[in-house]
Structures are given as C-alpha cells and as structure tokens.
Design a protein around this ligand. Structure first.
Ligand SMILES: CC(C)(COP(=O)(O)OP(=O)(O)OC[C@H]1O[C@@H](n2cnc3c(N)ncnc32)[C@H](O)[C@@H]1OP(=O)(O)O)[C@@H](O)C(=O)NCCC(=O)NCCS
Length: 168
C-alpha cells in the first residue's frame, strides 16, 4: 500500500488511540495494560515538546492512518538531549507491508535534523517480530532488563536496543 508520512496532529488522536489499543491487545507490544481513551492520547499529544515528534503513515489513496511512531524523552537530565526513546505501532490490518520500515526510516531522518544522535528503545523479549524488524533496520542489542514487568500474570524481560544516527 503506498503511504504518505506526515507529522501527526490532534485530528489523528482517534486513529492513534485505536492503533495503540491494538498494540495492547497483541499482548507482547507494550507494558501498558490499561486500554487508552482518546482523552489519554490527546493529553499525550498536547503535552509534548515539539522536538519529540509523532509521525503518522496514511494510506496515500484514502488518507486512513495506518500507523504511527513517536520520539519520547529518554531522560530529563540535560546531557541526554541528543538521545530519544522511540515507540512504533502499526494497525493490525497494515502490518507486514513495509509501512513500519518506511515510518522508522523517516523518523530517523527527522530526528537527525532535530539534533538527536541516538535512538533507543525497549522491546519485550517475546515480541520476536519486532526484534527482527528492529535488527533489520540496524538497531543493536544493548542489554536485557530481566523481569521488567508482569503481563497476563507472567514476568517479562525487556530488551534494550540502540542505533546511532551519526558517524562518531
Ligand atoms: C513490529 C511492527 C512495528 C513492524 O511494523 P510492520 O509495518 O509490520 O513491519 P514491516 O512490514 O516494515 O516489516 C516487517 C516484515 O514485513 C516484510 N515486508 C516489508 N515490505 C513488505 C511488503 N511490501 N509486503 C509484505 N511484507 C513486507 C519485511 O521484510 C519484514 O519481514 P521480515 O520480518 O521477515 O524481515 C508492527 O508489526 C507492529 O506495530 N506490531 C504491533 C505493535 C508492536 O509490536 N510495536 C513494537 C513495540 S516494541
């Protein structure tokens, strides 16, 4: 499906809410277990430093939003200003079509323009599809947080990955 990537606006809140809740439903995508309301996502969107962007991919033909990616604060201490955490969710009907690749590559380009030199992320170890996806895009293993959360009554490990955006 040809997609167009653009910055998200508050008009995208219903679509982002639905897509994030599909991620919760997947059971391995996030340590958030509380189904989100549009008001939750609205406040997440409205209370962001614009440097920490949210991009959406929309179906170029219909305009329907099929996925989003966000940059999030890694750490509030000032020396971390060039490092951002990322989060990506593709709607369940749009997965496996290359849209995640397009969104994440675009995010890396935009993040570089904003002066970020490194992107980091956490992925639940059981989320093997996402692990493969990040590896294919050049993210490498940093380490593992053992028993980082409980999902459906079971301890889960979170894998930490990183990618440098610039040559050092
Ligand atoms: C993990 C996730 C972000 C990946 O995004 P995606 O759009 O499904 O991924 P892509 O389609 O870009 O790539 C995944 C696979 O599809 C393949 N693919 C790429 N273009 C394709 C196309 N046009 N047609 C079919 N398959 C394609 C890729 O080669 C890749 O295959 P591989 O894993 O064997 O290498 C997405 O599946 C998702 O949102 N999952 C649920 C939420 C989640 O787990 N988020 C991550 C939290 S850490």
């Amino acid at each position: 499906m040809p997609v167009k990537v653009r910055k998200a606006t508050t008009k995208d809140v219903p679509a982002i809410t639905e897509i994030f809740n599909q991620g919760i439903e997947a059971g391995v995508a996030t340590l958030e277990t509380r189904v989100q309301q549009e008001s939750d996502i609205m406040s997440w969107m409205e209370n962001r430093d614009p440097r920490y962007m949210v991009l959406v991919a929309e179906d170029a033909a219909s305009g329907k939003v099929c996925g989003y990616v966000s940059l999030n604060k890694f750490n509030f201490k000032s020396a971390y200003t060039g490092v951002a955490d990322l989060s990506i969710y593709i709607g369940k009907e749009c997965r496996g079509q290359g849209i995640g690749h397009i969104l994440l590559e675009e995010l890396a380009e935009e993040a570089k323009k904003e002066g970020f030199y490194k992107l980091v992320l956490n992925v639940i170890s059981k989320n093997t599809k996402a692990l493969k996806f990040y590896e294919a895009l050049g993210y490498s293993l940093v380490g593992v947080y053992k028993d980082q959360g409980i999902l459906n009554g079971e301890w889960v490990d979170a894998i930490i990955m990183e990618k440098f955006l610039i040559e050092k």
